[in-house]
Design a protein around this ligand. Structure first.
Ligand SMILES: [Zn+2]
Length: 193
């Protein structure tokens, strides 16, 4: 595609606008709404804090959630840079595609009941991992592969820690997934230069 390497000269604002246009075309009903305006989202926040014994207290303030084709954004959304919104939307686009692939019922189950079972939620871990690969790819595109590599401990904690209900608490496995993803991303990056 002709746009491929003009990415380098795209500004953050242009990049975000391009992605939003792509999203609107691929998912015409896609919307971005504030979690705080939704009673259901507030109820999920309370339920998650209880279920994870307070491990997940930041659902309304920090977490982004795709539900029924809408991206529910936390309070932190307004303060994010265009580049960070771009990277986040690349991650969420994977969830939108997963939803299209799996159907609403499965995907809604995954997101409405995201913390059951606690521990060893392999299906959820793989769904999230697929989206985190895209986070790494988008981060490498915007900031370079080293910035993607620098996300390792942060992303690992999401899988092994309480924020997603200890969904796959095996740091070595996550490191292996991470290594594989970074090898691909570095190869893509090198061949694009
Ligand atoms: Zn995700």
């Amino acid at each position: 595609m002709s746009k491929t390497r003009s990415d380098a000269i795209e500004t953050g604002k242009e990049r975000l606008a391009r992605l939003l246009a792509e999203l609107a075309k691929e998912f015409p009903r896609f919307r971005i709404l504030k979690k705080r305006t939704s009673a259901l989202q507030k109820a999920i926040h309370v339920a998650l804090a209880l279920i994870t014994l307070g491990g997940q207290r930041v659902y309304l303030t920090r977490y982004h959630t795709v539900l029924f084709g809408t991206l529910w954004v936390p309070d932190a959304w307004d303060a994010m840079t265009d580049d960070d919104k771009y990277i986040l939307l690349r991650h969420e686009r994977i969830h939108l595609r997963q939803r299209a692939r799996m159907g609403d019922v499965v995907m809604s189950f995954v997101y409405l009941v995201p913390f059951f079972p606690l521990f060893l939620a392999y299906g959820r871990a793989r769904i999230e991992w697929e989206a985190y690969i895209e986070t790494l790819r988008a981060t490498a595109e915007v900031y370079g592969p080293e910035s993607a590599e620098a996300l390792r401990s942060h992303i690992k904690e999401r899988f092994v820690g309480p924020e997603y209900g200890w969904m796959w608490p095996f740091p070595k496995a996550i490191d292996r997934w991470f290594d594989e993803a970074m090898a691909d991303i570095r190869a893509e990056h090198d061949s694009a230069i």
